[in-house]
Each structure stands twice: as C-alpha cells, then as structure tokens.
Design a binder for this molecule. Structure first.
Ligand code: PHE
Ligand code: NA
Length: 454
C-alpha cells in the first residue's frame, strides 16, 4: 500500500487486492439490473447465449489485454496506451483509444448514478415501509412515483455522485477491497435465497426455459449487438476501468488467472440474478420486456411474500448499492488518474472537479424520467443515449481498436512479457486477439447495421 505509481493511486495490497477491486468493478448494476431487463427485452435464451459466447471469446482475451496495458504503461489509460505503443516504436495517435475509454467511463457513470440512486431510494423505502403493494401494477406505480419528482430522484442520484467522489477522492483501496470481500459472498447468498424462493413460486420452470432455451434465430442483428455490448459493459471493458486498475497491479501477478476469476464471478452473479428475478416475473404475470424498471417492480413483490422479507430486502438493497458504488468508482478512476498525471492535480481536488461535471451530466440523465422525458432524439432520452452510445458503439469499437493494436501493431515480446503465459497459452491469446475478437466485433456490427443480413 505504499508504492505510488505517479497518478496518486497506490498499488493493490495483498494477494487478493486486485482481484477484489476488479471484481468490485465488474459486478454491479450490470449484472443485477441490466442483464435481466436486457434478457427480457431481447426475448431470453438467444440473448443469453450470445452474451456468454461474447464473454468467453471477446471479453476474456480483451480483459487480459487491458490489464497488461495498464500494468506495462503504469499510468492513466491515455498515458498507458501512449507509453506501451511508444515502447514498441509506434505513434502517439493510438492514445485515442485511451481517450475514448476514459470518456466512455465518464458517460456510463453519468447514467449509472441514476440507477444506483434507484437502488438507494429503494433501500430507504424498504426501511421506512414504502415498498408495500400486492401486485405488479402496485409496484410499477411506486417505481413511477419515485421517478416523477425530479427533486426526489435528483436527491438520490446526487447522493450517489457525492459518495462516489468521496470514495474516489480518498483513494481508499483498502476500503474497496474489504467491502468487496464480504459483499460478493453476501450477494451470492442473497440471490440463492431468492432463487430458492423462486423454485416454489410456480414460475421457475418457465424462467429456466426463458433464459436457457437457445433459439438463435430469435435474435435480431440489433439483439446481437446488444448482447455483445452488454458483455463489454458487464466486464467493465473498454471503459477505462480495468486498464486504470491494471496500472496498480503489482508485477508478477498472473493476469490470466485474475481475469478468469473476475469473469467467472461476474457471469455467476448475472445468471443467478436472472434465475432470481424471472420466476417472480412469470409467477406474477409480468411482461419480461418491461424495461429498466424490471427488477424494481418485481423483486419487492417477492420480498413482500417472504418470511423476514423486509429484513432481506434491506440487506439486498444495501448490497446492490455497494455493488454499484464499487463499480462507479472504477468508471471514474481513469479520469482522476489522468487529471493527476497530466495536470498535477491533487487527487481530492481532481475528484471534486470531476464530480461537478458529472453532477451536471447525470442530472440531465436523471431528468429523462420526469421533466426531460420529452427531450428525445430518435425516440431516445438523454439517459437512453448515454447507455446506447457507450454499450453499442464506444465499447465495442474501443475493444476492436485495442485488439488490433495488441494483435498487429505492438511487438509481440512486449505483451508476452507482461502476460507471462506458457507458449501455448500465449499462442491462444494471440489468436483470439488477432482474429476472433476483431472478426466477431466486425461481423456483429455488419449484421446490426443491416449492411448484410447474416
Ligand atoms: N461492469 C459494471 C457492471 O456490471 C459496469 C461498468 C462498466 C463498470 C464500465 C466500469 C466500467 O455494473
Ligand atoms: Na458486471
């Protein structure tokens, strides 16, 4: 905890430090809020299958690459990419990839705090008895009422923004590590309880079928892109987070092993969340394609029917909020590290400065649910656009750029040193990064943009 690497951050402590931090980044609202509602919107099994394939074929090799870049470059993503490319004799132009990812992380955080605000407000409601309704319609009405008042919704998203910047400004690695250490198992236990409840709810069989009946034909090109984009989102890829954290990874730790652990935890939590939520949806005759409010309208209904439901509900929303916070801080780390490194700012000041801009943008996203519901472009609100642009375009394109850079431009020796894999493992990584990742991304784009119908 004492080695400074020049961006005001210190190296992750102990054997598990980085794994915990990266898991904290990966496991978040993406798993519990976004994965179920996207799966519901895109019709179930086929979406899940493509998502899982993208995790394995694109996500894992790219996460290894990002960590390697971060550790080799030992700086913010902007600087890290520049340094690694320079070491290989390449031009400074590639740092655009660092810029893209940094901006992408900021954009994601701008709408993420609104969703984390939902979680925090539901914690408050659970504590104060505000989550009682005996039907899906009743729960939907609670969700809508919570959104309708900008002062109420803004209060919660502002609180999340403040908390995030407070944690980031202090650079409290130890705190993050410690909280993830108990939050992860806690979340798994909580989801297991919900799944156990779901087994008896009468909707479980239908839920399993919905999630795992793989009929690929069901999925549109748009759905393919959504599934791939979500694989990036859920693993925190091409958004500055993993690369920024990689800069604090001590030398000599296995990047491959770390990556596997993070990817497995993340996937486990997402699948468990689906298995916890869909039984409630089907048992109560709710539409799986209900959109971003899905878990907020369904889960409280399940808790209401469970013994000690209120207590469990409080614990659940505490953990969901914490999971959101450990992801939120990772999205903004790149920006903070960059401000410290290039403008010589003190960490705390960088955090508050960034926080002000963040607050302004996130307020626009928050208003999408009330005053600004009509401020749309192509049918999308500000909130929708921030999500859409990042998940469908910035992340996959950033990933494509990074794969091409690592696969074809850099001298092989560089990342080979950093990854430290046995020959066969390295050959496999290189094959994935050179051919599988770029091809998969390009093919999915071609299909989604309707240039060709595959
Ligand atoms: N992976 C996080 C989640 O699933 C979201 C995230 C995206 C975090 C991009 C960092 C960067 O909630
Ligand atoms: Na995730």
């Amino acid at each position: 905890m004492t080695t400074n690497n020049g961006t005001g951050g210190v190296l992750w402590a102990g054997r598990w430090g980085f794994v915990l931090a990266a898991t904290g980044s990966a496991v978040g609202l993406g798993n519990i809020w976004k994965f179920p509602y996207m799966t519901g919107e895109y019709g179930g099994g086929a979406f899940v299958l493509v998502y899982l394939l993208c995790i394995a074929a694109i996500g894992v090799p790219l996460m290894m690459t990002e960590i390697a870049f971060g550790r080799r470059g030992r700086g913010s993503p902007v600087e890290a990419v520049k340094r690694v490319v320079a070491e290989s004799g390449g031009g400074a132009g590639w740092s655009i990839l660092g810029w893209m990812s940094m901006i992408c992380g900021f954009m994601i955080l701008s709408f993420y705090v609104v969703v984390a605000g939902w979680s925090l407000s539901y914690l408050w409601k659970a504590l104060t008895g505000g989550l009682v309704a005996d039907s899906v319609e009743g729960m939907a009405a609670i969700f809508e009422a919570n959104n309708a008042n900008p002062l109420n919704l803004g209060f919660w998203s502002t609180l999340v923004t403040l908390l995030t910047m407070l944690i980031v400004g202090k650079g409290v690695q130890e705190g993050i590590e410690r909280s993830v250490r108990w939050m992860m198992p806690g979340m798994v236990v909580m989801l297991a309880i919900l799944i156990g409840f779901g087994v008896f709810s009468g909707g479980f069989g239908q839920a399993v079928h919905f999630m795992f009946a793989f009929e690929v034909g069901q999925l549109s090109g748009e759905g393919l892109l959504a599934a791939m984009g979500h694989a990036f989102f859920t693993l925190s890829l091409a958004a500055g987070a993993i690369m920024a954290y990689g800069a604090y990874l001590p030398a000599g730790k296995s990047i491959a092993r770390t990556t596997f652990m993070v990817a497995i935890c993340d996937t486990l939590v997402a699948l468990m969340a689906g298995l916890a939520i869909f039984p409630v949806i089907f048992a109560n005759g709710m539409d799986p394609a209900s959109g971003p409010g899905l878990i907020f309208m369904s889960l409280p209904l399940a808790f209401a029917q469970m013994p000690m439901g209120t207590l469990l509900e409080v614990i659940f929303f505490v953990m969901l909020t914490m999971a959101a916070l450990t992801s939120a801080i990772s999205m903004i780390e790149a920006t903070i590290a960059w401000l410290v490194e290039s403008h010589g700012m003190v960490r705390n000041r960088a955090a508050w400065g960034t926080g002000i801009v963040l607050w302004l943008v996130s307020t626009l996203a928050m208003l999408s649910f009330n005053l600004g519901a009509g401020w749309t472009l192509g049918g999308r609100t500000v909130f929708d656009w921030l999500d859409y642009l990042t998940s469908r375009f910035l992340m996959p394109l950033g990933g494509l750029g990074l794969a091409l850079l690592a696969g074809f431009v850099l001298k092989d020796r560089l990342l080979r040193d950093e990854l430290g894999l046995p020959d066969i493992g390295h050959a496999l990584w290189l094959f994935m990064i050179r051919y599988v990742c770029p091809l998969a991304i390009v093919v999915i784009f071609i299909d989604a943009l309707g240039i060709m119908n595959l």
